[in-house]
Ligand binder design. Structure first.
Ligand SMILES: Nc1ncnc2c1ncn2[C@@H]1O[C@H](COP(=O)(O)OP(=O)(O)OP(=O)(O)O)[C@@H](O)[C@H]1O
Ligand SMILES: [Mg+2]
Length: 368
């Protein structure tokens, strides 16, 4: 098959009238990777995908593939596979005809079309459904047909725009497995759009976080989740506690600053400034039993609410100075935290990270 495509976008701007949907965006997509574009509604994900596919032209900037400029190549010439939001199947064509369509358009020999369609039907688990019309299929089966149709001509890159947004949670999980497997088997470059952060983290080799037409950070799921570069990325990827510090300076190999009546430490970070915020994910905090281990931060807080979630319990807390905190604990550990009571919260210093003070918070609406 064709080698997986690597594409570099350089300085891409897309204007609609005076509105700039993409602002001087640069991003390299590596051959064979599973890159997810993650960001709130309106952040420019679909616009960027349309430019990659060749359905939209950038106002400024260029795209290159393997060092060759492809900015002005048509969508047909690029020949990337595309799966759109919703199903977008041809309703009057059978499953087999839908899957065969890209090969028919490319005027492939009949015998080759039949063989490839038969193989694709098998690979996406639709054997026995070849003669059905899309209306007779479940949502997950329709989405499988769309995937098969996009992969049947072995494109060098597959672009997927929120392909599972119309599916219920269970089917969505099954289709995520399917896409992961297809990526492994085909080795094609996948560019996948979602605004669901857990989907992005679980599927991708790298995640690019979009906001207001810009890419704020690109990295492995672990890097963007555990070492976000700014407040927006930190908050968009999941729940996080933010402790505003003052007078942040060096502390051994790390950094430390004042928080209310005490001091807190975190790994040093260049450019965080004296008023950095110490960010810490709720799952990294625990309730201390008196003794605070070397290498841990600790602070006192009052329990404001406890929500039992089965295996875990979510605690809402407030520090004496009024900073809110959230903790997620195994329910067995949370039993002694009664609303109104005081607890001591601790966490390993190296699990926290400093973010520059200020910065734009992620809108809560961005989280499901
Ligand atoms: N053809 C167009 N004309 C005018 N404005 C447009 C056009 N297409 C997109 N936009 C604007 O560009 C911005 C980015 O849109 P885009 O569809 O890329 O967002 P998105 O990140 O895919 O959002 P969602 O998660 O809701 O799909 C939006 O503000 C949108 O209104
Ligand atoms: Mg979109």
């Amino acid at each position: 098959m064709t080698a997986p495509a690597d594409v570099t976008a350089t300085g891409i701007t897309k204007s609609f009238g005076t509105f700039r949907a993409l602002k001087d965006l640069s991003l390299t997509i590596e051959g064979g990777e599973f890159l997810t574009l993650l960001g709130p509604s309106g952040s420019g994900k679909t616009t960027f995908l349309m430019i990659l596919a060749g359905f939209e032209a950038p106002t400024k900037g260029r795209l290159s593939r393997g060092g060759t400029d492809i900015t002005t190549l048509s969508a047909e010439e690029r020949a990337f596979g595309m799966v759109f939001q919703g199903y977008a199947l041809f309703p009057h064509m059978t499953v087999a005809q839908n899957i065969a369509f890209p090969l028919v358009v490319r005027r492939r020999p009949k015998a080759e079309i039949a063989a490839r369609v038969a193989r694709m039907v098998e690979r996406v688990g639709l054997a026995g459904h070849e003669g059905k019309l899309p209306a007779k299929l479940s949502g997950g089966q329709q989405q499988r047909v769309a995937l098969a149709r996009a992969l049947v001509f072995e494109p060098a890159m597959l672009l997927l725009d929120e392909p599972f947004s119309a599916l219920d949670k269970h089917l969505r999980g099954l289709m995520q497995e399917e896409v992961r497997r297809l990526h492994r088997e085909f080795g094609t470059t996948f560019v996948f759009v979602t605004h669901d952060q857990s989907e992005a983290l679980s599927l991708s080799s790298r995640v690019a976080i979009f906001n207001h037409g810009e890419v704020l950070q690109v990295g492995t799921p672990k890097t963007v989740y555990e070492r976000p570069e700014n407040r927006f990325v930190a908050e968009f990827l999941g729940e996080i506690n933010m402790l505003p510090l003052q007078g942040v300076g060096p502390d051994g190999a790390g950094a430390a600053g004042r928080f209310e009546d005490g001091a807190l430490s975190a790994p040093a970070r260049a450019g965080a400034g004296p008023n950095a915020v110490l960010a810490i994910r709720p799952e990294h905090m625990h309730l201390a039993n008196g003794h605070i281990a070397e290498g841990e931060n600790a602070l006192f807080a009052r329990v404001t609410a406890a929500t039992y979630l089965g295996p875990a319990t979510r605690l809402q807390l407030a520090t004496p100075g009024g900073t809110p905190l959230t903790l997620t604990l195994p329910s067995t550990d949370a039993a002694r935290a009664e609303p109104g009571g005081e607890v001591r919260v601790a966490w390993p210093k190296d699990k926290g990270f400093l973010l520059p003070g200020g910065g734009e918070p992620a809108l809560p609406a961005a989280l499901p």
